[in-house]
Design a protein around this ligand. Sequence first.
Ligand SMILES: [Zn+2]
Length: 205
Amino acid sequence: MDFSSKLLENAVNEMAQLPGIGRRTALRLVLHLLKQPKEQTQYLAEALKNFRDEIKLCKNCHNISDMELCEICTNKRRDPELICVVEDIRDVMAIENTAQFKGFYHVLGGKISPIEGIGPHNLTIEDLVQKVERGGIKEIILALSSTMEGDTTNFYIYRRLQKHEVNLTTIARGISVGDEIEYADEVTLGRSIINRVPFEQGIKR
Ligand SMILES: [Zn+2]
């Protein structure tokens, strides 16, 4: 791509760093901004900057939050004995949309993936184990996607929690293998949370 302007080229290059945005799309977006009032670009830039500077991770569940503790963790009407383990905030949002889960979450921040160099210590698994050790938790629901990485992570958590007094369950698989749970429809996902099964049942098969 040959640019008549260095400023345009820089803007396109930055935009094209984002996943799923090729240089053509980046050019279209940047030219779109140029046609809009100047303030719109300013609001966009400010929103991104404020988000990046001020966003926090909830101290309890590690979900993205504006406060030290997120709205879910401070909700007294939720059940603290029930914890749903997910990969990231998109899964929390998907499960919240089903309105079928009233416990707390534990956001891992990813899945174990040797290929990508992500080990258990890169995730919040240790914190989950400590939570269980502190007591007061009856059930941990594993709600990771059924990919190889998801299965590996589930199994690792199972091994770490095996000797603890806690029920380990997994969401029922109405969701086909390889699907990320964020893409499952609400009804299917809601049903799979209600119909969860003991984790050990899954590994004996
Ligand atoms: Zn939280």
